[in-house]
Design a protein around this ligand. Structure first.
Ligand SMILES: [Zn+2]
Ligand SMILES: [Zn+2]
Length: 369
């Protein structure tokens, strides 16, 4: 049974500036056009693109995705595991609920529709304050003061995220401090690592975990990011959405990823783990000093092996969807997403992880988990 609908607004790990990380999530069966977002690297522009495409596509299915390496477009099956259920564009149930609840949605122009969909994103869960994870959200934020917009937005995050957004972004210098407006339409709110929080709009639990993401170039001190577990309280099904991450920095005396996987294995039966959206920014050939706080296939497979050991199932991690995001564009011959996918599949087999379903997160598509 499908529990989560996840639309990929952006999965790009830079250095190109377009379509950086942002996912929008909703329960599979809901009447309301409300959404939460994980990260805000992309936003209204991508929503508008998807609405335009929806107008022209109807049922016809575009089987090619933009690549710009060996060919400008490559067949979708190169990127997606055959058992992963996906659909191009925004989910049909979201569009249906908008048509039902907003009387004039269908007849409104694409820009009005874009504002309506965007208005439905009431909560952002940010993994860390790097620009590629917040730029869309920041630039889109004045739209909350549009007259027709009656909804508020809350930006959630661990202290490393919320403090940075307040001090360095919404500070009247880099961007107007919209959080200080009297109408209080934009709020910043703190989460605590490992603490279960009730999602305000869906019957879900949200559990954030602090993870390592490199060190400051100038300061040499650790940089942190966040993994989020979303758990449907009724079905107990979960999805994990990760921010940028690197392996544990043992020298800091913190085993953050190790603790995370232990929590997952102890609290989520494997059959209830519907998928993991996780970064794998760099190909196998990258040297450790070229990773800058990210994962390459060998490290991601190490992490999945740890999870596999903890679950200790005879079938390994068979059936688990691993969706890879944040691949960095490089001036290579081959699409690095395809290189990384091939390397991950090879290593997963070598390490006997079972029938893992590894795919690439594709911008402009909705995944059903
Ligand atoms: Zn980052
Ligand atoms: Zn990033």
């Amino acid at each position: 049974m499908v529990v989560f609908e996840i639309t990929v607004l952006g999965a790009n790990g830079g250095p190109t500036e377009y379509g950086t990380q942002c996912f929008i999530l909703k329960p599979a069966r809901t009447e309301d056009p409300e959404l939460i977002a994980i990260d805000g690297g992309s936003g209204m522009h991508q929503l508008r693109e998807m609405l335009v495409q929806g107008q022209h596509d109807n049922e016809s299915y575009d089987e090619f995705v933009p690549s710009f390496y060996e060919h400008d477009r490559e067949p979708i099956e190169f990127f997606i595991h055959p058992k992963l259920s996906i659909q191009k564009g925004l989910s049909k149930s979201l569009i249906q609920s908008l048509k039902r609840q907003e009387g004039h949605f269908e007849s409104a122009n694409i820009t009005k529709q874009t504002f309506k969909v965007f208005q439905g994103i009431t909560d952002y869960y940010i993994t860390h304050p790097h620009l590629d994870h917040i730029s869309g959200l920041v630039v889109n934020s004045p739209s909350i003061y549009e007259q027709e917009n009656t909804k508020k937005k809350t930006i959630w995050g661990l202290s490393h995220t919320i403090e940075a957004l307040q001090k360095h972004v919404f500070n009247d210098l880099i961007w107007p401090d919209l959080t200080a407006e009297r109408s209080e339409k934009l709020k910043l709110k703190f989460l605590n690592s490992r603490e279960v929080q009730k999602c305000t709009i869906f019957p879900w639990d949200v559990i954030p975990f602090k993870v390592h993401h490199g060190v400051g170039v100038r300061t040499g001190t650790p940089v942190y990011s966040t993994f989020y577990i979303f758990r449907d309280r009724k079905s107990k099904d979960c999805v994990i959405v990760c921010g940028d991450v690197e392996q544990d920095r043992r020298e800091c005396g913190e085993s953050l990823l190790e603790e995370f996987w232990s929590y997952v294995a102890e609290n989520i039966p494997l059959a209830h783990l519907k998928g993991i959206l996780v970064e794998c920014s760099c190909p196998l050939s990258s040297k450790p000093e070229q990773l800058y706080g990210h994962l390459s296939p060998i490290y991601l497979i190490d992490e999945l092996s740890s999870l596999n050991t903890l679950y200790n199932s005879s079938k390994g991690l068979s059936g688990l969807n691993v969706i890879v995001t944040h691949v960095k564009a490089t001036p290579a011959k081959r699409d690095p997403r395809l290189t990384i996918l091939e390397e991950l599949r090879f290593l997963a087999e070598e390490r006997n992880l079972g029938d893992l379903r590894i795919s690439i997160a594709l911008e402009g598509y909705t995944l059903f988990l």
